[in-house]
Design a protein around this ligand. Structure first.
Ligand SMILES: [Zn+2]
Length: 239
């Protein structure tokens, strides 16, 4: 993972544009905001059942942080089955693979290699085809430009299909044990409010947004348990 220079103002410009959307949502809530989105249905359909990272740079399909690199093996097998996964990807500049490298005491500069190796090994073990290493991210290589994280109980949510939705990570909560899904949510928020995300640009006035998509009150409760760790710079909405 090389460190590139971030073009001056690029992060600020993206943050400003995304913050406008979040401010509009917080005026009357996500439900009211979503009623004005004419193509909202498009967000409730996935292109495929290929596993991609929760990273906003790897939209589409179903999601697991680092394609499951941080997950218990038995839980991972069960989740792949629940998802009906048809492929497994890895990707460049993966924050989850970076966390894995750190936790294992490995060289963090090689985390993309570990991510790729993990996905290939998982494919060999499960028979779900390896669908390739995603090099072209739907975000700048240098930083995360997500201002939201979708905690998805629908199992088919893809915010990248709808321009009026804030850009975000997607946690495929429907297919995951609650405790592990909460861990993914915490990782996503930590990245966003940290050095690899918008960082200190995110404040109580210009917050990060967690959107619970579908489900009953339990998913909202789970999300709130994580969000409260971050104070008032992270807000929860439901869709
Ligand atoms: Zn990743």
């Amino acid at each position: 993972m090389s460190h590139h220079e971030i073009p001056t103002g690029e992060k600020e410009a993206r943050f400003a544009a995304q913050s406008v959307i979040v401010a509009r949502i917080l005026e009357n809530g996500m439900r009211a905001y979503s009623e004005e989105i004419t193509d909202l249905d498009a967000a409730f359909s996935t292109d495929d059942k290929v596993i991609r990272c929760i990273d906003e740079g790897t939209p589409g399909g179903v999601h697991l942080a680092g394609s499951g690199i941080l997950m218990d093996a038995a839980q991972l097998t069960a989740s792949l089955r629940a998802m009906g996964a048809t492929g497994i990807t890895s990707h460049s500049h993966c924050g989850a693979a970076g966390l894995y490298a750190k936790a294992q005491g490995l060289d963090p500069s090689k985390s993309d290699e570990y991510g790729r190796e993990f996905a290939e090994k998982l494919s060999a073990e499960t028979g779900v085809p390896y669908a390739g290493h995603i090099d072209e991210l739907a975000r700048p290589e240098e930083f995360h430009d997500a201002i939201a994280c979708y905690y998805d109980m629908s199992g088919s949510f893809d915010p990248s299909h709808v321009a009026d939705l804030p850009k975000g990570f997607v946690v495929s909560r429907k297919f995951l044990p609650a405790e592990y899904a909460q861990k993914e949510l915490e990782i996503a928020i930590s990245i966003a409010v940290g050095d690899h995300g918008y960082g200190e640009l995110i404040t109580a006035e210009n917050p990060f947004l967690v959107v619970v998509v579908g489900g009953d009150g339990n998913a909202l409760k789970e999300a709130r348990e994580i969000v409260k760790k971050f104070g008032d710079k992270v807000r929860v909405e439901t869709l």
